[in-house]
Structure formats: C-alpha cells, structure tokens
Write a protein that binds this ligand. Structure first.
Ligand code: IPE
Ligand code: MG
Length: 223
C-alpha cells in the first residue's frame, strides 16, 4: 500500500493525511475482494524497516491501525472476513497488539475472505524465524538433518497453510519487493502501477486481475 506520503505531498497535506485516505482505500479494496470472492488478500501495512521513520509517523500509523479495527471490526465480522496478521506483534504498542488479537480472535471462524495484514513484517525475518525453529527441531531429534524440503519449510513460515500469492500489486511506481513475502512470491505474477495507494480504486484492481488473466504461468515449465 505504497504512496500515501507522496499523495499527501502533492496535495500540500501532512503525510498522515495520506495514510488516513490510504486506510479508506483499504476498506474499498477489501469490499471489492469480497465481491470478487477472492480467497485471500494480504496487505503490507508496516515493515520491519518502517521503524526507521520518525516516531510521530509511526505513532500515527499505529493509531490508524487501532482506529481501523475499531471502525471496521463489526462489518468485517458480518461479512465473513477472517483477519490474521503476519509479523512480529510483540514490538507494537500494547493497545495495538490487543486490538489486533481481539480482531483475530473474533473473526477466527470466518471463512469468506482471509485478510492478512503484514504488520512489523519482513520476509527475511520470517525466513530466519523458520530456520531457527526448524534447527531447534533438528537439534531435538524431531526432524532428521538433510530432510528439509519446500513443503516442510513452508509450514514454518507465518503463512503456513495459506496458498502462495497469485498476484502481487505494487503501487506508487516502485519496482521492488521490499522484503515482502520473499519465499512465497517465487512464482507470483507482479503488477505495477504509478498510482498512489490513496488513489487506487476497485477499477485498478479489476485491471490488475484482468491483466493477470492473460499471463501465462509456466512455473519454469513449458506452455
Ligand atoms: C504507505 O505509503 C506505506 C506505509 C508504510 C504505511 P508511504 O508512507 O510509504 O508513502 P510514500 O512512499 O512516502 O509516498
Ligand atoms: Mg513508500
């Protein structure tokens, strides 16, 4: 969900105003995904690198997260959306941790759309966490050394049990992965747009999916 700050700048507004409108975009896109009966939407809300930002902006982002859950939880529940976060929650402000946990708990049984929120998420950290857990298992004799394969490894990621993304959309003209779902996006189709996240609409999502449908996915094989 990139480009909130630049969007605000073009309007002569403070960066946080961009984040605020960005949160509205998220509401629209979640509804659209629900209408389209998509199985899973993962949004990159806060990365392990975003702590480098000024404290004031981080604080505002955390407040926005709490506000988003406060405002949306009832509707998310009613709509059958299951909320799950990926990332290290323990470094978040306590109030944000509690809100997120409440949202996860109260939507646990929902089965329509899985809304995965990457919060204090980093792909490398996720992989290292998996490696550390697996090596503990090896040391304890529960996994034999030399037997670790793709499917076992994936079970130790935050996304265990969740399908790999088919399509990844990056907004605001950036052409990089920025530590997002490194393992899982090995064969993901990418779609880039210069549109800033606050200006991203259902129409853009339709276009991305439309384009995706014309991609040939060979997964390294032949047509
Ligand atoms: C939102 O956009 C991404 C978040 C970390 C919430 P940015 O804040 O990265 O906006 P730009 O890239 O400065 O425009
Ligand atoms: Mg950015």
């Amino acid at each position: 969900m990139d480009g909130n700050g630049r969007w605000a700048k073009t309007k002569g507004l403070p960066r946080i105003a961009g984040h605020r409108v960005g949160a509205e975009t998220l509401k629209t896109i979640v509804e659209t995904c629900l209408d389209l009966e998509l199985e899973c939407l993962t949004v990159y809300a806060f990365s392990t690198e975003n702590w480098k930002r000024p404290a004031k902006e981080i604080e505002a982002l955390m407040e926005l997260l709490v506000e988003y859950i406060d405002q949306e939880l009832d509707e998310l529940k009613q709509n059958g959306i299951k909320i799950k976060t990926i990332g290290n929650l323990s470094q978040l402000p306590l109030v944000a941790q509690l809100k997120v946990k409440k949202a996860e708990k109260e939507t646990e049984q929902n089965q329509k759309l899985l809304l995965q929120i990457a919060l204090n998420y980093g792909g490398r950290k996720e992989i290292l966490d998996a490696v550390n857990r697996i090596t503990q298992e090896v040391a304890a004799g529960r996994i034999a050394a030399g037997t670790i394969n793709d499917s076992l490894f994936a079970q130790y990621l935050y996304t265990a049990g969740i399908p790999e993304p088919d399509l990844l959309i990056r907004t605001a003209g950036e052409l990089r992965l920025s530590n997002f779902l490194l393992w899982q996006s090995a064969y993901t189709e990418f779609w880039f747009t210069d549109v800033f996240w606050p200006d991203f609409t259902a129409q853009h999502l339709y276009q991305a999916i439309y384009d995706y449908q014309y991609r040939q996915r060979r997964f390294g094989g032949l047509k």
